[in-house]
Design a protein around this ligand. Structure first.
Ligand code: ADP
Ligand code: ADP
Length: 232
């Protein structure tokens, strides 16, 4: 079974004037174990919407999301999200931001703290535990976002344009970090789904690229990346 699978997903939004707007139409995608998949498409193609449906954060108008073959109702338990704008809470320190997702976990305070420290070290933020987000660079903020996601030991990391707000060099450092965390299977990480409009990023990171077209919100093609990498 796939870690996360969307079958025939459609999403319609209704605007202020009551007009319906189809953003995703009959899309089927699967994230399998031990792969990195990129979801590529231009701005407005429906990538975020598809990712949020797969994460269980929004409900499809039609179709169904499955995890390990079971229908998903609510946020996907084995998945964690990383956002373009980091989505950190500015009034919390780094370590408290990282522990946010652990509040409902059945862990003691010291276990939560140890878990947070371990992922903070893994993303290269040792020494920044007591800093506040506004004291950090964008790249460091996204490291916090990654640590917060990893802290819940997700099998699937779902990333929405995670490096688009960063400069070229910082983005490259973070791509390398994510690949390393994935290779090391840190915190049990099995698979990564990354939404991007950057084709080089998709080619560098992914085993498969799904291209989301705009007419209206369909997967138009799937590319096996090893063919691109070897120049075939
Ligand atoms: P992408 O991630 O590819 O840029 P999105 O999924 O964010 O695409 O958005 C696709 C389209 O759906 C855009 O036109 C966007 O404005 C619209 N949209 C996204 N979320 C909502 C929402 N909650 N309500 C209404 N329209 C939305
Ligand atoms: P990010 O780039 O961090 O993914 P976005 O700017 O794409 O964030 O979207 C932020 C939020 O606004 C999302 O929850 C999305 O669903 C919502 N949104 C996007 N476009 C629209 C829209 N046209 N109408 C209403 N909500 C929207």
């Amino acid at each position: 079974d796939a870690l996360i699978e969307g079958r025939c997903l459609s999403k319609q939004y209704t605007n202020d004037r009551g007009q319906k707007h189809v953003v995703c139409s009959n899309i089927s995608v699967a994230l399998r174990k031990r792969e990195i998949v990129a979801l590529l498409g231009h701005s407005g193609a429906g990538k975020s919407t598809l990712l949020r449906m797969l994460a269980g954060l929004i409900t499809p108008t039609d179709g169904q999301v499955f995890t390990h073959g079971q229908p998903l109702t609510g946020p996907a338990p084995d998945a964690a999200m990383v956002f373009q704008s980091f989505a950190l809470l500015p009034w919390l320190t780094v370590i408290d931001n990282v522990q946010i997702g652990l509040e409902r976990a059945n862990l003691t305070r010291s276990e939560r703290k140890a878990r947070a420290q371990s992922v903070i070290d893994a993303v290269g933020l040792h020494g920044c535990e007591q800093s506040f987000p506004k004291q950090l660079s964008g790249g460091m903020c996204q490291r916090v976002g990654l640590a917060r996601a990893l802290a819940v030991r997700p099998q699937a990391l779902l990333m929405d344009e995670p490096f688009s707000a960063l400069d070229v060099q910082t983005a490259q450092q973070l791509r390398t970090l994510v690949i390393e965390l994935w290779q090391q299977q840190r915190e049990g990480l099995s698979s990564v789904l990354i939404v991007t409009h950057n084709i080089e990023e998709a080619v560098q990171m992914a085993d498969r690229i799904l291209v989301l077209g705009s007419t209206p919100g369909r997967i138009v093609s799937e590319v096996a990346v090893h063919l691109l990498r070897t120049g075939a």
